[in-house]
Design a binder for this molecule. Structure first.
Ligand code: ZN
Length: 222
Protein backbone atom coordinates (compact mmCIF):
# COMPACT_ATOMS: atom_id res chain seq x y z
CA UNK A 1 0.00 0.00 0.00
CA UNK A 2 1.22 3.50 -0.83
CA UNK A 3 1.67 5.81 2.10
CA UNK A 4 1.28 9.58 1.83
CA UNK A 5 5.07 9.89 1.84
CA UNK A 6 5.21 8.52 -1.66
CA UNK A 7 2.55 10.94 -2.96
CA UNK A 8 3.69 14.17 -4.53
CA UNK A 9 1.94 17.49 -5.04
CA UNK A 10 0.22 17.58 -8.42
CA UNK A 11 0.97 21.21 -9.13
CA UNK A 12 3.36 21.56 -12.07
CA UNK A 13 6.99 22.10 -10.96
CA UNK A 14 6.16 21.55 -7.30
CA UNK A 15 6.59 17.85 -6.43
CA UNK A 16 6.69 18.45 -2.67
CA UNK A 17 5.19 15.64 -0.59
CA UNK A 18 1.41 15.84 -0.47
CA UNK A 19 -0.23 17.20 2.67
CA UNK A 20 -1.96 13.90 3.45
CA UNK A 21 -2.83 10.58 1.88
CA UNK A 22 -6.01 12.12 0.56
CA UNK A 23 -4.59 15.43 -0.61
CA UNK A 24 -3.42 15.85 -4.19
CA UNK A 25 -1.40 18.90 -3.09
CA UNK A 26 1.38 19.84 -0.67
CA UNK A 27 0.55 21.98 2.39
CA UNK A 28 1.25 25.24 0.60
CA UNK A 29 -0.77 24.48 -2.53
CA UNK A 30 -3.57 22.97 -0.47
CA UNK A 31 -3.87 26.25 1.39
CA UNK A 32 -3.75 28.33 -1.83
CA UNK A 33 -6.45 26.07 -3.28
CA UNK A 34 -8.64 26.74 -0.25
CA UNK A 35 -8.13 30.49 -0.33
CA UNK A 36 -7.92 31.25 -4.06
CA UNK A 37 -10.08 28.53 -5.64
CA UNK A 38 -7.26 26.64 -7.41
CA UNK A 39 -3.78 25.58 -6.24
CA UNK A 40 -2.11 27.77 -8.87
CA UNK A 41 -4.55 30.71 -8.82
CA UNK A 42 -3.24 34.09 -7.70
CA UNK A 43 -5.54 36.72 -6.21
CA UNK A 44 -7.10 39.36 -8.44
CA UNK A 45 -6.05 42.58 -6.77
CA UNK A 46 -7.98 45.82 -6.56
CA UNK A 47 -5.28 47.45 -8.73
CA UNK A 48 -5.66 44.79 -11.39
CA UNK A 49 -9.43 45.19 -11.41
CA UNK A 50 -9.38 49.02 -11.51
CA UNK A 51 -9.19 49.57 -15.31
CA UNK A 52 -12.10 47.13 -15.79
CA UNK A 53 -14.10 48.89 -13.10
CA UNK A 54 -13.41 52.22 -14.82
CA UNK A 55 -14.73 50.80 -18.10
CA UNK A 56 -17.93 49.64 -16.40
CA UNK A 57 -18.33 53.06 -14.75
CA UNK A 58 -17.85 54.78 -18.13
CA UNK A 59 -20.50 52.52 -19.67
CA UNK A 60 -22.93 53.36 -16.85
CA UNK A 61 -22.18 57.08 -17.22
CA UNK A 62 -22.94 57.05 -20.94
CA UNK A 63 -26.19 55.14 -20.35
CA UNK A 64 -27.40 56.86 -17.21
CA UNK A 65 -31.05 56.76 -18.18
CA UNK A 66 -31.05 53.05 -19.00
CA UNK A 67 -33.45 51.02 -16.84
CA UNK A 68 -30.81 48.25 -16.73
CA UNK A 69 -29.04 49.55 -13.62
CA UNK A 70 -32.23 49.64 -11.56
CA UNK A 71 -33.05 46.07 -12.67
CA UNK A 72 -29.61 44.95 -11.54
CA UNK A 73 -30.06 46.70 -8.19
CA UNK A 74 -33.36 44.83 -7.77
CA UNK A 75 -31.50 41.58 -8.33
CA UNK A 76 -29.06 42.48 -5.55
CA UNK A 77 -31.97 43.34 -3.23
CA UNK A 78 -33.45 39.90 -3.99
CA UNK A 79 -30.14 38.18 -3.15
CA UNK A 80 -30.03 40.01 0.20
CA UNK A 81 -33.63 39.21 1.09
CA UNK A 82 -33.06 35.53 0.26
CA UNK A 83 -29.94 35.67 2.43
CA UNK A 84 -32.00 37.05 5.33
CA UNK A 85 -34.38 34.10 5.02
CA UNK A 86 -31.49 31.61 4.80
CA UNK A 87 -29.78 33.12 7.85
CA UNK A 88 -32.88 32.62 9.98
CA UNK A 89 -33.18 28.93 9.17
CA UNK A 90 -31.99 26.77 12.02
CA UNK A 91 -31.87 23.64 9.91
CA UNK A 92 -30.36 23.16 6.49
CA UNK A 93 -27.07 23.64 4.78
CA UNK A 94 -24.53 25.40 6.99
CA UNK A 95 -22.50 26.68 4.03
CA UNK A 96 -25.62 28.27 2.63
CA UNK A 97 -26.10 29.95 5.98
CA UNK A 98 -22.53 31.16 6.12
CA UNK A 99 -22.85 32.55 2.58
CA UNK A 100 -26.07 34.25 3.74
CA UNK A 101 -24.24 35.97 6.63
CA UNK A 102 -21.57 37.15 4.23
CA UNK A 103 -24.22 38.67 1.92
CA UNK A 104 -25.91 40.42 4.84
CA UNK A 105 -22.57 41.86 6.04
CA UNK A 106 -21.72 43.08 2.55
CA UNK A 107 -25.14 44.70 2.16
CA UNK A 108 -24.76 46.59 5.44
CA UNK A 109 -21.49 48.23 4.37
CA UNK A 110 -21.87 48.83 0.66
CA UNK A 111 -24.41 50.33 -1.65
CA UNK A 112 -25.77 48.05 -4.38
CA UNK A 113 -24.06 50.05 -7.12
CA UNK A 114 -20.60 49.27 -5.70
CA UNK A 115 -21.32 45.56 -5.60
CA UNK A 116 -22.76 45.50 -9.10
CA UNK A 117 -19.86 47.50 -10.58
CA UNK A 118 -17.29 45.20 -8.96
CA UNK A 119 -19.10 42.08 -10.20
CA UNK A 120 -19.50 43.41 -13.75
CA UNK A 121 -15.83 44.44 -13.78
CA UNK A 122 -14.82 40.90 -12.78
CA UNK A 123 -16.78 39.53 -15.72
CA UNK A 124 -15.22 42.03 -18.14
CA UNK A 125 -11.78 40.98 -16.84
CA UNK A 126 -12.69 37.30 -17.28
CA UNK A 127 -13.87 37.93 -20.83
CA UNK A 128 -10.73 39.87 -21.82
CA UNK A 129 -8.18 37.77 -19.92
CA UNK A 130 -9.64 34.26 -19.56
CA UNK A 131 -6.18 32.84 -18.77
CA UNK A 132 -6.15 34.86 -15.54
CA UNK A 133 -8.50 32.25 -13.98
CA UNK A 134 -7.45 28.64 -13.63
CA UNK A 135 -11.04 27.37 -13.67
CA UNK A 136 -14.67 28.49 -13.41
CA UNK A 137 -14.54 27.57 -9.72
CA UNK A 138 -11.46 29.77 -9.25
CA UNK A 139 -13.31 32.64 -10.93
CA UNK A 140 -16.25 32.24 -8.52
CA UNK A 141 -13.92 32.38 -5.52
CA UNK A 142 -12.06 35.42 -6.86
CA UNK A 143 -15.38 37.14 -7.52
CA UNK A 144 -16.61 36.37 -4.01
CA UNK A 145 -13.34 37.64 -2.51
CA UNK A 146 -13.38 40.95 -4.43
CA UNK A 147 -17.01 41.66 -3.54
CA UNK A 148 -16.49 40.61 0.06
CA UNK A 149 -13.48 42.93 0.30
CA UNK A 150 -15.88 45.86 -0.24
CA UNK A 151 -17.09 45.27 3.30
CA UNK A 152 -14.92 45.80 6.34
CA UNK A 153 -16.77 43.22 8.37
CA UNK A 154 -14.66 40.23 7.41
CA UNK A 155 -12.04 41.41 9.82
CA UNK A 156 -12.89 41.55 13.48
CA UNK A 157 -11.34 42.66 16.77
CA UNK A 158 -10.10 39.95 19.10
CA UNK A 159 -8.39 40.17 22.43
CA UNK A 160 -4.77 39.06 22.32
CA UNK A 161 -3.85 37.44 25.66
CA UNK A 162 -0.14 37.83 25.15
CA UNK A 163 -0.15 41.57 24.52
CA UNK A 164 -3.33 42.44 26.40
CA UNK A 165 -4.49 44.47 23.41
CA UNK A 166 -7.24 44.21 20.84
CA UNK A 167 -5.98 42.93 17.54
CA UNK A 168 -7.56 42.82 14.10
CA UNK A 169 -7.98 39.41 12.58
CA UNK A 170 -9.00 38.44 9.11
CA UNK A 171 -11.86 35.97 9.02
CA UNK A 172 -11.46 33.54 6.16
CA UNK A 173 -14.45 32.70 4.05
CA UNK A 174 -14.94 28.95 3.63
CA UNK A 175 -14.41 27.73 0.05
CA UNK A 176 -17.97 26.37 -0.04
CA UNK A 177 -19.50 29.66 1.08
CA UNK A 178 -17.28 31.48 -1.44
CA UNK A 179 -18.50 29.21 -4.19
CA UNK A 180 -22.16 29.90 -3.28
CA UNK A 181 -21.53 33.66 -3.23
CA UNK A 182 -19.73 33.51 -6.59
CA UNK A 183 -22.54 31.44 -8.06
CA UNK A 184 -25.33 33.77 -6.94
CA UNK A 185 -23.50 36.87 -8.17
CA UNK A 186 -22.78 35.14 -11.48
CA UNK A 187 -26.36 34.17 -12.15
CA UNK A 188 -27.58 37.66 -11.26
CA UNK A 189 -24.97 39.74 -13.14
CA UNK A 190 -22.81 37.46 -15.31
CA UNK A 191 -24.74 37.82 -18.57
CA UNK A 192 -24.70 41.63 -18.30
CA UNK A 193 -20.97 41.59 -17.50
CA UNK A 194 -20.13 39.60 -20.62
CA UNK A 195 -22.38 41.81 -22.72
CA UNK A 196 -20.52 44.93 -21.52
CA UNK A 197 -17.22 43.24 -22.42
CA UNK A 198 -18.55 42.57 -25.93
CA UNK A 199 -19.64 46.20 -26.36
CA UNK A 200 -16.10 47.32 -25.41
CA UNK A 201 -14.60 44.83 -27.85
CA UNK A 202 -16.80 46.10 -30.69
CA UNK A 203 -15.87 49.70 -29.89
CA UNK A 204 -12.16 48.77 -30.07
CA UNK A 205 -12.68 47.01 -33.40
CA UNK A 206 -14.55 50.02 -34.82
CA UNK A 207 -11.73 52.32 -33.74
CA UNK A 208 -9.19 50.07 -35.51
CA UNK A 209 -11.31 50.02 -38.67
CA UNK A 210 -11.48 53.81 -38.65
CA UNK A 211 -7.68 53.96 -38.31
CA UNK A 212 -7.27 51.56 -41.24
CA UNK A 213 -9.62 53.62 -43.35
CA UNK A 214 -7.57 56.75 -42.63
CA UNK A 215 -4.31 54.93 -43.43
CA UNK A 216 -5.72 53.66 -46.72
CA UNK A 217 -7.07 57.07 -47.68
CA UNK A 218 -3.69 58.65 -46.88
CA UNK A 219 -1.91 56.17 -49.13
CA UNK A 220 -4.25 57.02 -51.98
CA UNK A 221 -3.64 60.78 -51.76
CA UNK A 222 -2.17 62.19 -54.98
ZN1 ZN B 1 2.81 21.87 -4.05
Amino acid sequence: MRTHLSNRCRVHHCSKPSASRFSPYCHRHKSIHRRQGAPDQTAITITELRPFRDRVLARIASNETSPLWAHLEDRWITIVSEAKTDAKRSVGNRYQRSAAYEFINISMDCDPRQIIVTTLAMFVLWHDMPWRFRSDAAFRIQLARRVRALSGRHSGQVYDHRTGKQKRIYREMTPKAGNIIGQKLSSAFGATGFQLALLDKRAREDALKAQDAIATALKELQ
